[in-house]
Write a protein that binds this ligand. Structure first.
Ligand code: GCO
Ligand code: MG
Length: 408
């Protein structure tokens, strides 16, 4: 069996999805996702200029060897652009394998460990009152877990995942059109004075059963993070996300010494080498990698297995920028993983997105149910894809009030 051709598409409704389609001499094709949010053209160029010309003629069933060929063969290892490109190839090869076997991918991993996978939604508000309305909306929709972010009184601008004005409380997306980023101003002192009390009021209003998550988005130093974690401990958070910039794998020691708040980290990681110390030293409780830019199913499965040895559960990244293909790969891992924790899932669910990526994966009552179709269980309509083109966009950047650059 041989790979005969492969194509890359960049574009989509509201988001620039990077979609890879690998064709074979047996008519079976595979689909993969290389969407690296706001840098989408780069994995696409790597695929087109180097990886696809090498793929042609290879046996698509040898997904492990093909992964090793590209990873080891590049000499310069890792990095989100390369890992997203390998990730797309890997997903597409698993898709082909599933279709050849006539089985959904979760069956090839070891079958289902659960029926539905718990997901969390994003509640947001320009202020706490707005946020309470947003949480109430998701609870009414049947969500059992909600991530909560709100505007901080006196903060010079809105900060991460928070709208500028009241009333924009559903699926608020923090990306901005254009190459030049919007600038947000951040003040740690105002945040740490306000947020613990706000979280306590949310717990009081919604009672003990709601799983409450909060994302610090890399803004605190290790000492501040330890202090913050201690302050929010009575709230009983499901997790505290990205309290510190995650490239320092030792930063969480101080937090661990001072608090038992569950910690989730890893959406910016792209390899096992970015999180092996965090996992082996049991400094985190949830690993947040995404199948898309952490090298695909082959590599992420290794991370999940390492995590399982150390009581670390999965909480895969699923921001609105994730393509239904990457989310499907995660849905299959979520169905199988013995150490599954939760899935971030932003239901953009527009008719345009469903038309581009037809699938039978579905969401009910805050749970995600995986499709039983062979392979990934998502198709790609090339006719629909022709309607979209790449539109540059950018994450905001963050500065302190005196102009110093900070972490978005
Ligand atoms: C999350 C993330 C995102 C990121 C975005 C960057 O928890 O979902 O923090 O909102 O900011 O994915 O591309
Ligand atoms: Mg996050």
């Amino acid at each position: 069996m041989k790979i005969t051709d492969a194509k890359v598409f960049v574009g989509g409704p509201a988001k620039n999805y990077v979609t890879l389609k690998i064709m074979t001499d047996q008519g079976v094709y595979g689909l993969g996702d290389a969407t690296l949010n706001n840098r989408e053209t780069l994995p696409a160029a790597y695929l087109r200029d180097y990886l696809i010309p090498n793929l042609i003629g290879m046996d698509p069933r040898n997904s492990e060897d093909i992964w090793q060929f590209f990873y080891r063969g590049a000499y310069f290892r890792r990095g989100p652009i390369a890992m997203a490109a390998y990730g797309a190839i890997d997903m597409a090869l698993w898709d082909i394998k599933g279709k050849l076997a006539g089985m959904p991918l979760y069956q090839l991993f070891g079958g289902k460990s659960r029926d539905g996978a718990l997901v969390y939604a994003h509640a947001t508000g320009a202020d706490l009152e707005d946020l309470m309305d947003s949480i109430a909306y998701y609870v009414e929709q049947g969500y059992k877990a909600v991530r909560v972010q709100c505007g901080i009184p006196g903060m010079p601008t809105a900060s991460y995942a928070v709208p500028e004005e009241k009333g924009h409380t559903r699926n608020y997306i923090t990306d901005y059109t254009g190459i030049r980023p919007k600038v947000e101003i951040w003040d740690t002192d105002r945040y740490r004075r306000y947020m613990p009390e706000a979280l306590a009021r949310i717990r009081e209003r919604f009672g003990p059963d709601l799983k409450i998550l909060h994302d610090v988005h890399h803004r605190l130093t290790p000492r501040e993070a330890a202090e913050f974690a201690k302050a929010v401990e009575p709230v009983g958070l499901f997790w505290l996300e990205d309290p510190t910039p995650a490239e320092d794998q030792d930063a969480l020691r101080l937090l661990r010494q001072h608090s038992t708040v569950p910690v989730a980290i890893g959406e910016v990681f792209n390899s096992i080498w970015d999180c092996n110390k965090l996992i082996e030293n049991e400094l985190i409780d949830f690993i947040r990698v995404a199948v898309t830019y952490a090298g695909g199913i082959t590599h992420v499965k290794r991370i999940v297995d390492l995590a399982g040895l150390h009581h670390v559960r999965t909480g895969f990244h699923g921001a609105p920028s994730h393509s239904p293909l990457g989310m499907a790969a995660q849905a299959h891992l979520n169905a199988w993983a013995p150490n599954f924790g939760i899935q971030e899932y932003l239901v953009l669910g527009t008719p345009e997105c469903d038309a581009l990526f037809p699938s039978e994966h579905n969401m009910r009552n805050g749970m995600m149910y995986v499709s039983d179709a062979p392979g990934l269980g998502v198709d790609f309509d090339e006719g629909e894809a022709g309607r979209y083109e790449y539109k540059p966009a950018s994450h905001p950047v963050v500065r302190l009030e005196d102009g110093t650059m900070w972490n978005y």
